[in-house]
Design a protein around this ligand. Structure first.
Ligand SMILES: [Fe+2]
Length: 297
């Protein structure tokens, strides 16, 4: 039996402010909200529909909040269950999760990345608490949780070395991800779980969903977000990579995690992004952007 070669059917910049899940009021999350951050949530709704149309059979998510420092780790058991509480916003996010993992694909990506000399490790502890970045991006992109996921950690090399080192590693990891997806015959949707500008307010109002308080922290950060979104929309992904060191430093971007560079490395070529939404959450800049590589003839 021959297996169809796999491919990346969708990629997305899929930020993970817990506020978005809070405002959606899913049964898994304990706190209740009245409303809030609608533009981002409605954007996510349209991304969801387009991802669904691309018929993925797995979500591969790279999260800044699984911070492993020594190499890249992957969830390595078929199922993880637990309660995820956002350490900064426990008032907004107390989420009971029960997720499936595509262990075969996770191992294939780890092997491909490991073959390049990058340290990798499979997380086999059944009591491991999955980070909220992974959970929130997956929930917002696919709230039915009907697909298995592959969760990829961030080794935070921007913090330990430099944005350039981070980006070299993330691009290689992205290429390894694409190669493993091809080899295992998967139709994968990739989620880069991060905000753009990431300077945020340090005081929360009495009502978190009071939208009269929500705006970007500074015009400087807004200009940086617009510059990056313009490049993403026009498909100038090489230029996104070239601009990344300055962007991370100027806008304190959460792309320092490597999530966006990993996605670009996996896509492997310039492709125009569909911008579904831009909005701020506690002052941080967030864009929901989809990339849909055309099916090969
Ligand atoms: Fe975050």
């Amino acid at each position: 039996m021959t297996m169809n070669p796999g491919r990346i059917v969708a990629g997305a910049l899929a930020p993970h402010p817990p506020h978005l899940v809070y405002a959606e009021n899913p049964p898994q999350n304990e706190p209740r909200a009245e409303c809030g951050w609608e533009m981002l949530r409605w954007g996510y709704e349209r991304l969801r529909a387009d991802i669904e149309r691309a018929r993925p059979d797995v979500l591969v998510v790279f999260s800044p909040h699984w911070q492993t420092y020594v190499g890249t780790h992957f969830l390595g058991l078929p199922r993880f269950q637990g309660l995820s509480v956002d350490p900064i916003f426990p008032n907004l996010f107390r989420y009971t999760y029960d997720l499936k993992v595509d262990v075969e694909l996770a191992e294939a990506i780890a092997a491909a990345a490991g073959a390049t000399g990058h340290p990798v490790k499979m997380m086999r502890n059944p009591d491991f608490r999955v980070d909220y970045g992974t959970i929130i991006s997956c929930h917002m992109a696919r709230p039915t949780w009907d697909l298995p996921i592959v969760a990829v950690s961030s080794c935070r090399s921007a913090a330990y070395y430099s944005v350039e080192v981070m980006q070299d590693q993330a691009l290689a990891l992205g290429r390894a991800t694409a190669e493993a997806i091809g080899r295992t015959g998967r139709r994968a949707a990739l989620l880069a779980s991060c905000s753009l500008s990431h300077r945020h307010f340090v005081v929360e109002g009495d009502l978190p969903e009071d939208m009269s308080r929500e705006h970007v922290t500074s015009h400087h950060n807004y200009l940086w977000d617009m510059r990056m979104i313009d490049l993403l929309r026009r498909g100038r992904l090489e230029e996104v990579l070239a601009t990344m060191p300055e962007f991370v430093n100027q806008a304190v971007s959460e792309a320092d995690s490597g999530a966006l560079s990993w996605l670009i490395g996996a896509l492997g070529h310039d492709i125009a992004g569909e911008v579904y939404a831009y909005g701020t959450v506690i002052g941080t800049g967030n864009a929901v952007v989809g990339f849909f590589p055309p099916e090969a003839a």
